[in-house]
Write a protein that binds this ligand. Structure first.
Ligand SMILES: *[C@@H]1O[C@H](CO)[C@@H](O)[C@H](O)[C@H]1NC(C)=O
Ligand SMILES: *[C@@H]1O[C@H](CO)[C@@H](O)[C@H](O)[C@H]1NC(C)=O
Length: 575
């Protein structure tokens, strides 16, 4: 267990006297307060602020190359995942950076704590008065109107001019908390009454584990490898309830022990209280569809504490905690996201590189694509399409939603589109080019034709049965599709581990190179922003794919996690 976010503020700040003043240079500023927030007064000078410094990493390009080397089928290094030290070395700041930053911190009487083995993230606490001086800032209290939550932020900050090029950014400063996440928002009654222990074998009315096993050819036999694990992210006080999981397994996996469960990994003092009223819809869904599908795979619910989970802090702290573990989960399922425009490139890029580090070590990282169609995580007014992050990070696998089973079609809420921050990665460039040429000028000007396209795969996400606060009901969302997909990967990893092989790790180069493992989703669209969004269509019908006429790659919208109908064992052919 690694403590993240722990820090020791120096007691000698004032005793050391005023530090030499350095020439300061504006590092970031915003001209407006984000909508939804109102400005209050200055933050109390004595209030303690926990700040994080992101230092410039020494070799992000080297990390990217190493990630592709171990993840691209055919590469001599395929499957030879990096050790913790090897991966961290790429992210570690140069010794020059470390010295320059440490000298400045100690000059100010600050002792910082490294948040991960690479040491590219430092954390320390100082009173607001000192933070204002250190960064030429004006830390102010802002209130988020709809939630009433307060955040201390500054509209601009500076760093010493000689530290430009060493400090990437300071957080939290100008970036405001994100309270938008995608998760199933409503719990619906069942379309028909499911008789306990008399389970529907098809997906005709509701999606259950047995329906998914049948639809996607998922084995029901238990995994055998205790070293192979799956992690499930929990944010914003979403708690996973054991009693609900037990009832879910009793009803929908009567073939396995109803005491199968998860362990809890606490980040930022996260907890997992068990009272019925505190059970979370998202957390229940995520744990029920990982424990319930990834049969017998050790399951870790990662509960990120609310204290630091302003959205971004929680995401940063979770990945830094996982990077600090010597044996992080082999699959990470996360059904929370941001609208990409709400994050500055610096933070998105830093998180994305952290996911690359974990991917290079052999973890498959899956994020839900969002539930607002082309309007992003939520349906909102928009004149241009709103991509979601982390889905737009090229180093993660983005999961969209489908519905129905014959044929399976794209769910209309499923977010998908093109990044405005990250360029098209080579593993998907041919597919994206084909898709773009197929849509002609549709939606022209509303999205970035050179951006990374998402999602990468998709799975069932409508009328998915869960138990919530003892009731059986259904939910919709890419939040369903993500743990389902992650569980399939975990089961494949179990087979690979049993065969003495490495786990799948970063999935996308493998997936895009092997469309025959997938069912192509060829209809459905994802409306939003007063358009029909993108339509699913057959893609890349020429060239290489003509050897697989019956199994075409999906277009950018839904590369169905086809495993689908294809025995999991087929995947072994590709490692
Ligand atoms: C399911 O059963 C309950 C009570 O037995 C009933 O109130 C409800 O209408 C039924 N729902 C459906 C969809 O048949
Ligand atoms: C489009 O994406 C590219 C690559 O990520 C980026 O450099 C460019 O700024 C984007 N353009 C717009 C208008 O968003």
């Amino acid at each position: 267990m690694v403590a993240t976010g722990l820090l020791v503020a120096s007691l000698f700040t004032l005793a050391c006297g005023k530090p030499l003043s350095r020439l300061m240079q504006r590092h970031d500023a915003r001209s407006d307060i984000p909508s939804g927030f109102v400005q209050g007064g200055s933050a109390s000078p004595d209030a303690m602020l926990k700040l994080r410094l992101a230092l410039v990493q020494s070799d992000p390009a080297g990390l990217e190359k190493a990630l592709y080397d171990v993840s691209t089928p055919g590469s001599a290094l395929y499957g030879q995942h990096l050790t913790q030290e090897e991966a961290a070395a790429f992210a570690a700041p140069t010794s020059e950076t470390q010295q320059a930053v440490n000298a400045w911190l100690s000059e100010n009487g600050i002792t910082a704590t490294a948040l991960n083995p690479a040491g590219d993230w430092l954390s320390f606490s100082v009173p607001v008065s000192q933070a204002n001086e250190l960064f030429d800032a004006d830390f102010t209290v802002f209130t988020h109107e709809s939630t009433g939550k307060q955040a201390v932020r500054t509209l601009s900050y500076s760093i010493p001019a000689d530290l430009q090029g060493h400090i990437d950014f300071v957080h939290p400063t100008t970036v405001f908390p994100q309270f938008k996440i995608n998760r199933p928002v409503t719990f619906k009654p069942l379309k028909k009454n499911l008789t306990e222990r008399a389970l529907p074998s098809s997906c005709a009315t509701e999606v259950t584990p047995s329906c998914l096993q049948e639809l996607y050819g998922i084995p029901s036999t238990a995994a055998t490898q205790s070293s192979n694990t799956i992690g499930v992210s929990g944010f914003i006080e979403e708690f996973a309830n054991q009693a609900d999981l037990k009832k879910f397994l009793e009803n929908f996996r009567p073939d396995i022990s109803s005491s199968d469960t998860f362990t809890v990994d606490e980040v930022d003092d996260g907890t997992n209280p068990q009272s019925e009223s505190e059970a979370g819809l998202e957390a229940n869904l995520d744990t029920q569809y990982t424990v319930g599908i990834a049969t017998g795979v050790p399951n870790i619910f990662i509960s990120v504490g609310e204290e630091n989970s302003d959205g971004i802090d929680g995401f940063l702290d979770e990945i830094n905690a996982l990077l600090s573990q010597s044996n992080p989960p082999h699959v990470l399922s996360t059904s929370y996201s941001f609208n990409e425009p709400d994050l500055p490139f610096s933070i998105a890029n830093n998180l994305c590189n952290a996911y690359a580090q974990l991917g290079a070590r052999g973890t498959s990282i899956l994020f839900s694509s969002g539930d607002g169609g082309v309007s992003g995580g939520q349906s909102e007014e928009c004149s241009t399409f709103v991509p979601t992050f982390p889905s737009t990070c090229p180093f993660v696998t983005s999961v969209g939603a489908t519905q129905d089973s014959s044929p399976e079609v794209a769910a209309d809420f499923s977010s998908g589109g093109f990044s405005t921050l990250f360029a098209i990665p080579s593993y998907q460039s041919a597919d994206v080019a084909s898709f773009l040429s197929s849509i002609g000028t549709t939606n022209s000007g509303k999205f970035n034709r050179t951006g990374r396209a998402f999602p990468d795969i998709s799975a069932q996400g409508v009328d998915v049965v869960i138990v919530f606060q003892t009731e059986i009901g259904t939910v919709d969302g890419t939040s369903c599709s993500t743990p389902i997909s992650a569980s399939i990967i975990a089961l494949i990893n179990d087979e690979l581990t049993a065969a003495g092989k490495s786990t799948l790790g970063f999935l996308n180069p493998l997936f895009y190179a092997n469309p025959s493992a997938f069912t192509d989703i060829t209809s459905g669209d994802n409306p939003g922003c007063d358009t029909n969004g993108f339509s699913a269509a057959v893609a890349r019908t020429t060239g290489y794919w003509s050897r697989y006429p019956q199994l075409r790659v999906a277009e950018n919208y839904c590369w169905t996690l086809g495993l689908l109908g294809i025995p999991v064992m087929n995947f072994r052919n590709y490692e």
